[in-house]
Ligand binder design. Structure first.
Ligand SMILES: *Cc1c(COP(=O)(O)O)cnc(C)c1O
Length: 361
């Protein structure tokens, strides 16, 4: 009562995360629950990350290394940039917030797709920036329309590539054309959370723009293929100038010590990445075929999830799947996003979906 809250903040809705397994087990008294809702790695964390955590308990009384010297250096070595071009975040989500706080003043514009990662709009609105929303075409970012949306007030342009929730990507050629026309005072944010899953040879090398000194930032995360979503750690690579400004706003101990250690282990774990990619490719085939057999047409995906039109109220499909012990994501209308799991999980999902769709007829 009597709270003075800015209309921009009132306009926001809290982020709705994927339902946790334990909660569903408790609610419905289910023993087996399969979560295919948050694009987590079904194989679990990188074993090298787990090994790197040995002995970490005894050091929990210490603050993390606020500069994260070792991890930033390892990331810099991997991508052949300087360590002052690397910033860590409490998940790459946090870096999205830092970008908004650092580069937007009230009324400044940030361009994004209409059907993309919801955090962009949230972070932009929270600092009283203005989200400029550009419709996808064929479920894919329309870079020409996004370029046309740039005005003198534009400061950020978010490019989720591949896109969540649709799984589509924009090609190197399309990004090249975009970058040729973007003014210097607009930072292009390449959110590449699913980078390690991409198979298309047409995927752009966004890091190259950073290396050319363009005002761009590439965001990556340890939450997806590396299997460390619970630890909250992601990173950004940009020019040392942009990273320098972000560091003025960054909370000093935002990357915790456990996450830093695990990420160092995970970064070296090329085997886990290769295995995860292989399991994902097989699972994508299995789920794609299974969905098509049920009359659904999943959108072609470069990620570890599939997006499809359930052709009936998505919320009721989601709820009915929950009762079968399967957690997916209802995005909007009739659209459902399902994370590619291990083979038995995919089978269980397809069986449950068949039952749900048969029941709805
Ligand atoms: C999962 C995801 C992220 C990363 O999340 P963090 O766990 O905060 O690193 C960022 N962008 C997109 C599009 C995602 O799907």
């Amino acid at each position: 009562m009597g709270l003075q809250v800015h209309p921009d903040i009132r306009s926001l809705s809290p982020y709705v995360p994927g339902k946790p397994v334990e909660e569903l087990q408790r609610e419905l008294g289910l023993t087996r629950v399969i979560k295919l809702a948050s694009n987590e790695n079904p194989l679990g964390p990188s074993p090298k990350a787990i090994a790197a955590l040995s002995g970490v308990q005894a050091t929990l009384h210490r603050y993390p290394d606020g500069g994260a010297i070792q991890l930033r250096q390892a990331i810099a070595d991997r991508w052949k940039v300087d360590s002052d071009q690397v910033i860590l975040g409490n998940g790459s989500d946090e870096i999205l917030g830092l970008l908004a706080k650092t580069f937007l003043t009230p009324g400044d514009e940030a361009i994004m797709a209409d059907h993309t990662f919801v955090i962009y709009k949230m972070e932009v609105t929270a600092v009283h920036g203005k989200p400029i929303v550009v419709p996808l075409v064929n479920w894919t970012h329309d870079l020409e329309s996004m370029a046309r949306a740039i005005t003198p007030r534009t400061r950020l342009l978010f490019l989720c590539n591949p896109n969540n929730p649709t799984g589509t990507m924009v090609s190197a050629e399309a990004v090249d054309r975009l970058m040729a026309g973007v003014p210097e005072d607009v930072i292009v944010v390449f959110d590449e959370a699913y980078f390690e899953y991409v198979r298309s040879p047409q995927f752009p090398d966004a890091m190259a723009y950073v290396k050319q000194g363009r005002n761009a930032i590439v965001l990556r995360t340890f939450s997806k293929i590396y299997g460390l979503a619970g630890l909250r750690i992601g990173y950004g690579i940009s020019t040392s100038e942009i990273i320098g400004f972000l560091n003025r706003v960054r909370p000093p101990f935002n990357a915790n010590s456990v996450a830093q250690k695990a990420a160092l282990g995970a970064l070296e774990d090329d085997d886990h990445v290769a295995k995860s990619r292989a399991v994902n490719a097989t699972g994508m085939e299995q789920l794609g075929q299974g969905l098509r057999a049920l009359g659904m047409t999943p959108i072609s995906s470069e990620t570890n999830f599939l997006y499809f039109d359930a052709k009936r109220d998505g919320r009721s499909v989601f709820d009915a799947l929950l009762r079968e012990g399967i957690i997916v994501r209802h995005i909007e209308g009739t659209m459902i996003r399902v994370t590619i799991g291990q083979s038995d999980e995919n089978t269980a999902f397809l069986q449950a979906l068949k039952k749900v769709l048969d029941g709805a007829r």
